[in-house]
Design a protein around this ligand. Structure first.
Ligand code: ADP
Ligand code: ZN
Length: 722
């Protein structure tokens, strides 16, 4: 028997299978999709069996060393999916398979996580004579409980347990346990409104078709309830479901609604699980022990069988696109592929769909379902724009008079406030008041961010960190000051303005510990705090009925980043955060502080007018030739050698212009962050409507440079940001 093995080594040069002979003793264990250990150029590597055959075109084959696991890791569907990803994303096949699996199943990470086993003891029928008092105590313990954990019996006497096992009085049984416990308090489900039922019916009528639905529903219109009903319908038909959420820890409340409704049928995959917990959850899914998977981006690869639906909540969220590592896939493309493989619908939901998705629904490629009313019958909150150009002349600090007054009003009614500090594109950097020196990362072209709690400056790209020194390294005056507006600084201001009100902060620093999101949310829910102050992470999914005022401290920061999606991200953020106000039966209000009160992203958000925004933004995208009118592809060329990076980038630019006649080739130019960790980066952007030559040209390019280890070429199709 011969197997074709794809080894776990992500190198363009060896991205193909190698043939190995299977020794007779292992033949029975070999299946397609399992992992094996093989000799490979003087080392031992793990790899996946992709094919089994009787012969090979090569001579002198080596033997596989062992089988790593008995279970199939990559089923037929995932094996196919990997090939699709490789051919459309132009990355290595092994990187595609690795992206589908939890870390614990990747050899090269060296994480060695096994199943967690509990050992139990029971009594046998073997009669016992001549026993010690301790042994009698152990026997008694087992007898009264029927079956006990060995480690508990060991507490009485380890040596007695050992002896009793040896002479057969006790029997040992091993059982696998999962690390993650799932609670099981069932929750009441709501009677659906007509609109909700209608949406459910539409999706269910496409049960065996690979249709895509776009649910465009304002915040609070009952989308989550619709998802749950669809999933329950699928469950009744014996089908499984995947639901993607932007980031589990940010959607704690939604996830707990699902947990309560579906109890043991559900597996949760998220970044805060330990590797062991992830591994267990993954295997519960693979073994068919669960029917519902909720998770962030990579949960789209969940090895479920008989899928009925894949739902993508908050589909406009950019974390659905992997943009830092290869393969740079979008979860939506993977969902669509699986949907046509398995013939089932995909459901997208958002209050602010991406322009791309909404345009597809206008073209009839997706079925649009619109929900324009909140379930509770409340209007969307009244929104007021505060022109900070006028405010700042009167008063300094981050709070306008209007916002302070509205907060006082809210507190006087015993209600709560959420404040958003828009951090996107913003960094609280430090500068010297004497000479203007700004501290930068020594490895990257980026200013360092000040972290007050640790009094350090940190680079968010490479992780470099240093203590803050008030003495300027340039002019040696003690004039370093922290500029800008971090959540900590705003918190200080709040404490001064409202000394008797309690503020809780939710940002990167306060949520880095496991479970800290949950704690903050619960404490705020229980009204232990009056103000929730946070960054982007408070904008999504939270549902607090007692919050009637949302204040946006600085709407502009995300408008100012040089990116063609900056208006869209700002509009989305404002709509999302506004949606946190007035969700119960009380009327809600939103205050947006801005220096650009006339900007369309802000005025349309004020009026909750998605369609108005959509039309205006589409016409801008058309004029400037951006997505969704044009496809974009970004090519990054990087090297530690500045001249080599520059020269090769120029060559590639010429090559692309010659071969892609229907494409606009922009660049090469230096990348947004030119130097990261001392690697120089150039970028070329391709813009096209239809380009038949694209894949061949890019493939040839990769082929050409694959043996040059100094240069890295990274291709990103439909990048989120450029
Ligand atoms: P969305 O996901 O669109 O923001 P949700 O599904 O979270 O909306 O619904 C908003 C609120 O209304 C939630 O508190 C939810 O429990 C409640 N809700 C949803 N559907 C119904 C219904 N049919 N009857 C009563 N309450 C509902
Ligand atoms: Zn750095």
């Amino acid at each position: 028997m011969v197997v074709k093995v794809l080894v776990e080594l992500s190198n363009k040069n060896i991205d193909r299978t190698f043939d190995y002979i299977v020794p007779k003793t292992l033949e029975n264990d070999i299946k397609i999709g399992i992992r094996v250990k093989v000799p490979f150029a003087h080392q031992e590597l793990e790899g996946f069996v992709l094919e089994i055959s009787n012969c090979s075109e090569y001579n002198d084959l080596k033997e596989i060393i062992d089988v790593v696991d008995n279970d199939i890791i990559l089923n037929k569907e995932l094996l196919e999916l990997g090939k699709y990803m490789q051919s459309t994303l132009l990355c290595t096949l092994i990187s595609c398979y690795q992206a589908m699996l939890p870390k614990a199943l990747k050899a090269k990470n060296g994480v060695n996580i096994g199943k967690k086993i509990d050992t139990y003891l029971t009594l046998s029928n073997i009669p016992f004579t001549k026993i010690t008092t301790k042994q009698a105590e152990v026997i008694n313990f087992v007898k009264t409980n029927g079956r006990v954990l060995k480690k508990e019996a060991n507490l009485i006497s380890t040596s007695s347990v050992k002896t009793l096992l040896k002479n057969g009085v006790l029997i040992e049984e091993c059982e696998e346990v999962y690390r993650l416990k799932h609670d099981s308090d069932k929750c009441q489900k709501h009677e659906l409104t007509c609109c909700q039922q209608d949406a459910v019916d539409k999706v269910m009528s496409s049960e065996n078709k690979s249709d895509v639905f776009l649910i465009h529903g304002v915040t609070g219109s009952g989308k989550t309830e619709i998802y749950m009903e669809i999933i329950e319908n699928m469950l009744k038909k014996g089908k499984s479901s995947i639901m993607l959420v932007p980031e589990i820890s940010l959607t704690e409340q939604i996830v707990s609604r699902f947990k309560k409704r579906f109890t043991s049928d559900i597996a949760i995959l998220h970044s805060r699980l330990s590797e062991g917990e992830k591994y267990d959850e993954w295997r519960r899914i693979a073994k068919g022990e669960v029917k519902i998977v909720i998770g962030a981006r990579s949960a789209v690869f969940a090895p479920l069988s008989n899928i009925g639906v894949i739902i993508i909540d908050e589909e406009h969220t950019d974390s659905y696109k992997q943009d830092s590592a290869n393969p740079k896939y979008h979860a939506l493309d993977i969902a669509k592929w699986r949907s046509s493989y398995g013939s089932f619908p995909v459901v997208l939901g958002s209050a602010t769909p991406t322009l791309e998705s909404y345009a597809r629904s206008e073209k009839g490629l997706y079925t649009l379902i619109t929900l324009d009313k909140r379930v509770n019958g409340q209007n969307l909150p009244e929104t007021i724009i505060v022109d900070m150009n006028k405010e700042m002349k009167r008063k300094s600090g981050s709070f306008s008079k209007k916002l302070v007054e509205s907060m006082e009003d809210t507190f006087s009614r015993g209600e709560q406030v959420i404040l958003l500090l828009n951090r996107r594109g913003y960094s609280s950097f430090i500068t010297c008041k004497n000479c203007g020196y700004v501290s930068k990362c020594p490895n990257c072209d980026i200013t360092l961010t000040y972290h007050k709690s640790s009094n350090t400056l940190r680079c968010h790209y490479c992780g470099y960190g240093t203590k803050l020194d008030v003495k300027c390294p340039n002019c040696h005056e003690e004039a370093i000051s922290t500029l800008g507006l971090g959540t900590e600084k705003v918190e200080e201001e709040l404490n001064k303005m409202f000394p008797d009100k309690k503020v809780i902060r939710m940002d990167y620093d306060t949520t880095s510990k496991k479970g800290s999101h949950e704690k903050i949310i619960n404490a705020f829910q229980n009204h232990e705090y009056d103000i929730l102050l946070g960054t982007q992470m408070i904008a999504k999914g939270l549902d607090f009925p007692n919050v009637t005022l949302v204040g946006v401290i600085n709407a502009d920061t995300s408008l100012n980043i040089p990116d063609f999606r900056s208006s869209e991200t700002t509009f989305d953020l404002l709509c999302q955060v506004a949606g946190r106000s007035g969700r119960g039966d009380k009327k809600g209000k939103v205050l947006i502080q801005t220096f650009n009160p006339e900007h369309y992203a802000i005025t349309y958000a004020k009026n909750h007018d998605y369609l108005g925004f959509y039309k205006q933004e589409m016409s801008i995208r058309r004029t400037l030739g951006y997505s969704p009118y044009y496809f974009l592809t970004s090519i990054k060329i990087s090297s530690k050698d500045y001249e080599e990076a520059r020269d090769i980038s120029n060559k590639i630019g010429v090559y692309l212009k010659k071969n892609l006649l229907k494409t606009v080739v922009l660049g090469p130019s230096v990348a947004a962050v030119f130097r990261i960790n001392n690697v120089y980066r150039f970028q070329i952007v391709l813009k096209y409507k239809k380009e038949d030559n694209l894949y061949k040209t890019l493939n040839d390019l990769i082929e050409h440079y694959k043996t040059n280890n100094n240069i890295k070429i990274d291709i990103d199709f439909n990048p989120i940001h450029i």
